[in-house]
Design a protein around this ligand. Structure first.
Ligand code: SF4
Ligand code: SF4
Length: 128
């Protein structure tokens, strides 16, 4: 079975963000900077699944990509970490694996005051 890292995320402006720095998306996609088409630093990477939360409608809209069973499980099971599946297109990262997998044991996503996907970064990126 393909590896899947635990996702820790501090992007509290995202509709998928949950208390405890957890991500309740069912799946996230990590991309390169679209103009450069590659990443040389962490800030060139982005979580494409970021969805800016500006109102209640956005939170309802985010439910199509919600890890509902994981969320419910986390709410009732002390210490359980919910985590989305991760696909990653950052082929220049040393954690990247054929098939667009990430073989890091955990990743950290951040982006202070993020309003668009490019404002977010995969902090675990390491150049090959
Ligand atoms: S920015 Fe990405 S990792 Fe963070 S909560 Fe949103 S979808 Fe999840
Ligand atoms: S650590 Fe590397 S391979 Fe894993 S999600 Fe981040 S950029 Fe992609």
């Amino acid at each position: 079975m393909a590896a899947n890292p635990i996702v820790k995320c501090t992007v509290d402006r995202c509709t998928h963000w949950m208390t405890g720095n957890q991500c309740m998306a069912g799946k996230i996609s990590v991309y390169n900077d679209e103009h450069a088409g590659e990443s040389n630093t962490k800030s060139d990477t982005q979580c494409k699944s970021f969805y800016a939360g500006n109102g209640l409608g956005d939170y309802v809209g985010a439910l199509h990509n919600a890890n509902i069973s994981g969320t419910i499980k986390a709410a009732f099971t002390d210490g359980t970490q919910i985590t989305p599946s991760v696909e990653c297109y950052v082929t220049g990262c040393k954690h990247w694996e054929q098939g667009n997998y990430c073989h890091a044991s955990s990743i950290e996503v951040n982006g202070d005051n993020a309003s668009k996907t490019i404002d977010t970064d995969c902090q675990t990126f390491e150049i090959k």
